[in-house]
Design a protein around this ligand. Structure first.
Ligand SMILES: Nc1nc2c(ncn2[C@@H]2O[C@H](COP(=O)(O)OP(=O)(O)OP(=O)(O)O)[C@@H](O)[C@H]2O)c(=O)[nH]1
Ligand SMILES: [Mg+2]
Length: 435
């Protein structure tokens, strides 16, 4: 099955929890803190595997979850990092952040990889919190949650030449003639239902051709198979319009060309910049010569190659010229810079430290990635952990913000599932509450 679009939810691994522990040795009644840190959670990494041709392996996975780091232990034993999760994708896979529709990465080279979702760091053990003023901390952290992300993956096949045209004009026949591919060929429309790829050898050179399902007028509004396959022509260096000069089904080659060009322009403005040629097929049929002359007259600037699959006339010329054309194009840019996530500012924008809203019952609801992370990493079973939680909130400016919103001592504050009373004393930072 050919699958070129999938949606997924990724949950990178959580960091292992830190440990609260004190050294226990004979004759040492009050050993120092020795709780180790947790290990890092697994990243979710996408890696290009040239052997893959579709995204079908990901089609039925709704959620991909990576492993947790292991917990820290006493005697300063650190947890180990989880093994990263590597997901293989075909060449030409674009990964989008589903919420913003911005591109996270475009994976085009064999072996290329990218961390799509980052694993959480390990929670710190109590040993890590030792300071001069606090030589024996009785708290540690839970591991940081792994990054959660909804993504959309899109495969746009990698090929040098894209064959586009109406159904049954001879696209697959041409591909079969010139390459190692063996596509289905038949005299009914929409024989080809997904792109076929072939490698064409020309002397010591080689280039690749993608044969796409046929297009009809209105394809951009979903008629026929629609235009969803046109995305596979996006990465090509050259577009080869395949036009049936036999035109026996009451067709008009000039009209056919206009319709296809129009559908392509509706799909993307990138097609205008691509080099294009015309392959005029079925030259063995009756009216082909006359149609060809009329076509050339209508488009004097287009390079038109008449061929017949029956006697293979003209085929060599197209292949040689396509090879030269492909070699003359260095780069095909299919995305603009502003379609990509700027990884530096994006993270910054996403990580709002906190936000406070007052609900109709007068409860102040504090949310945001940073405070929620702090909440999830705090062990509320440890008194000192709770105190630190309060100090950290204060440090982030939550207290000041609450005060500026009119919060008074005794008002209810909520962070995720944690409800507590606001204690409006500048010098005291203990929050009392329950989870
Ligand atoms: N006489 C003649 N028939 C041809 C030639 N090229 C292709 N055909 C025939 O045209 C019909 C359609 O050919 P395909 O190669 O399947 O056409 P296609 O453009 O791939 O069609 P779709 O996959 O449906 O879009 C088949 O019956 C072919 O045998 C040619 O040069 N001369
Ligand atoms: Mg076909």
């Amino acid at each position: 099955m050919f699958v070129d679009e999938v949606n997924l939810k990724l949950i990178a691994g959580k960091g292992g929890d830190g440990c609260t522990s004190f050294r226990r040795e004979k004759y040492v009644p009050m050993g120092g803190p020795d709780g180790g840190n947790g290990g890092k959670g697994a990243d979710i990494i996408f890696k290009v595997d040239k052997g893959l041709k579709t995204l079908v392996d990901l089609k039925f996975k709704k959620i991909i979850k990576a492993d947790k780091g292991t917990n820290g232990k006493g005697s300063n034993r650190f947890g180990s990092n989880a093994d990263n999760l590597i997901i293989k994708v075909p060449e030409g896979t674009t990964v989008y952040d589903k919420n913003t529709n911005l591109i996270i990465c475009d994976l085009v080279n064999d072996g290329q990889e990218f961390i799509i979702a980052h694993g959480g760091r390990g929670g710190r053990g109590n040993k890590a919190f030792v300071t001069d003023s606090e030589p024996a901390p009785k708290f540690s952290e839970y591991g940081e949650p792994g990054e959660e992300l909804e993504i959309h993956c899109e495969l746009k096949v990698m090929a040098d030449v894209g064959l586009v045209g109406m159904p049954s004009v001879g696209k697959s026949t041409f591909l079969k003639l010139v390459s190692n591919a063996n596509p289905k060929i038949a005299d009914y429309h929409f024989t080809t239902l997904s792109p076929n790829l072939g490698v064409v050898k020309v002397g010591s050179d080689a280039f690749t051709i993608a044969d796409l399902p046929g297009l009809i007028e209105g394809a951009s509004t979903g008629l026929g198979l629609g235009i969803k396959f046109l995305k596979h022509a996006m990465r090509t260096k050259v577009i080869a319009h395949v036009i049936d000069m036999g035109a026996f089904e009451g067709r008009n080659p000039i009209e056919d060309y206009e319709i296809i060009k129009n559908e392509m322009d509706q799909y993307s403005n990138k097609f205008k910049d691509k080099k294009a040629i015309v392959i005029a097929t079925k030259m063995d049929l009756e009216n082909a010569e006359a149609n060809l002359e009329a076509f050339k007259k209508a488009y004097p600037d287009l390079k038109v190659y008449p061929i017949s699959a029956l006697d293979e006339s003209g085929v060599k010329e197209v292949v040689n010229d396509l090879n030269e054309l492909v070699k003359s194009v260095n780069e095909t840019k299919i995305y603009d810079e502003n379609e990509f996530i700027d990884h530096v500012t994006y993270e910054y924008q996403k990580e709002v430290p906190f936000k406070i809203e007052k609900d109709p019952e007068g409860v102040y609801i504090v949310s945001g990635k940073e405070v929620e992370k702090l909440f999830l990493m705090t062990k509320f079973t440890e008194e000192e952990g709770v105190l630190r939680f309060g100090r950290r909130l204060k440090g982030m400016g939550v207290d000041d913000c609450l005060r500026s919103m009119g919060a008074k001592a005794g008002d209810t504050i909520q962070i995720m599932d944690y409800v507590f009373e606001f204690n409006d004393e500048e010098d005291k930072s203990d929050y009392e509450g329950e989870v």
